[in-house]
Write a protein that binds this ligand. Structure first.
Ligand SMILES: [Zn+2]
Length: 77
């Protein structure tokens, strides 16, 4: 795989994003593009970041699929 496309936009439909919620605190989530730290994970499209003030867990989106699982979430940056 040599797909060099580090700045692709959200792969999640905005209407779909509206109905997603953090499984931990039920707050809304927002799209975040991958950072250079994420470059090793070539299946990672980006993150869905919890907007809850005390939560902010980051859920990975891989190959277009949001992984909305607390066990898969990354801590806030
Ligand atoms: Zn949350």
């Amino acid at each position: 795989m040599s797909e060099a496309n580090p700045s692709k936009g959200p792969v999640i439909d905005p209407e779909f994003l509206k109905i997603l919620a953090c499984p931990k605190c039920r707050a809304a989530v927002a799209w975040e593009s991958p950072s250079s730290d994420d470059a090793r994970d070539d299946k990672l499209d980006g993150w869905l970041v919890c907007q809850g003030a005390d939560c902010r867990l980051r859920y990975p989106v891989r190959e277009g699929i949001p992984e909305m699982l607390i066990d898969e979430a990354a801590p806030p940056r």
